[in-house]
Design a protein around this ligand. Structure first.
Ligand code: NDP
Length: 254
């Protein structure tokens, strides 16, 4: 009997928050290369449009919706629009996140709230909305972006670190609850990846220290993360849930 391609995403519908640049863009393009129709949900309309053009060139259906994931009342309409336009959601990638560099002594309530709402609350609410839809069809994949700071503490970005630690626990908790509905919930834990988020580290002593500490001896490219996302979005991972898959060139192994 011919084996079907376990990684084939043809006919699957995916939504990627923050899919208009960096890791999110690479994941959106990766899912499309595997055959999925892809919706990009992020704030900057110009960047959204540019990625939709790239996605369309791959021959898949694609759309974008301007969305600030902190706007709670916009989350349900956003997923509804994706489902009206592309079809019922099979894959949600919670990728959008921000870091605000302020140690605990300097941090104010507003910066704390902004980080937690973007990186954690939105992940929960979007996953909840998506899972309710997926549960009706007894099939779904939720992929959350964790971080090295899910493991390690940081004196510079305590809110980011707290949010990313919580994303891992949320991933495990929802994985347990949703497994009977045939919905798999996993996290990708990227190491240091070359994007706008890590740009401030470039040309600093920390950059050289990171490369020295990383067994692979380099920063990752956004595309390095895409293959794991394809795996976690596909039937190849149907018995994988509650996992945190590290994509970090060995950084956290040391
Ligand atoms: P970038 O800063 O390069 O991109 C962030 C993306 O999120 C952009 O597309 C941005 O689009 C979107 N975004 C930010 N805030 C919001 C919001 N309120 N609503 C909607 N979209 C938003 O980040 P990376 O690509 O580097 O990171 C992607 C993910 O990977 C994040 O979860 C990050 O924590 C994680 N990660 C990254 C690492 C790295 O080394 N780069 C390491 C470990 C984890 P727009 O501005 O248009 O809204």
């Amino acid at each position: 009997m011919a084996r079907t391609n376990l990684f084939d995403l043809s006919g699957r519908i995916a939504a990627v928050t923050g899919g208009n640049r960096g890791i999110g863009r690479a994941i959106a393009l990766g899912l499309a290369q595997a055959g999925a129709s892809v919706a990009v949900l992020a704030r900057k309309a110009d960047n959204n449009r540019a990625v939709v053009q790239e996605l369309s060139k791959l021959g898949v259906a694609a759309m974008a919706r301007t969305l600030d994931v902190r706007q709670r009342s916009e989350l349900e309409p956003a997923i509804a629009e994706v489902e009206r336009t592309l079809g019922p959601l099979d894959i949600l990638v919670n990728n959008a996140a921000i870091a605000i560099v302020k140690g605990a002594l300097q941090a104010d309530q507003k910066s704390w709230d902004t980080v937690i709402e973007t990186n954690l609350t939105a992940v929960f609410l979007l996953s909840q909305i998506a899972a309710r839809s997926m549960a009706r069809r007894r099939r779904g994949k939720i992929i959350n972006l964790a971080s090295e700071y899910s493991i390690f503490g940081s004196s510079l970005i305590p809110g980011y670190s707290a949010s990313k630690g919580a994303v891992v626990q949320l991933t495990k908790s929802m994985a347990i609850e949703l497994a009977p509905h045939n919905i798999q919930v996993n996290a990708i834990l990227p190491g240091w990846i070359d994007t706008d988020l890590t740009a401030p580290v470039k040309n600093t002593a920390q950059y050289d220290e990171i490369i020295l500490r990383t067994p692979a001896g380099r920063f990752g490219a956004p595309e390095d993360v895409a293959g794991t996302a394809i795996f976690l979005a596909s039937d190849a991972s149907n018995f994988v849930t509650g996992s945190v898959v590290t994509v970090d060139g060995g950084y956290s192994a040391r």
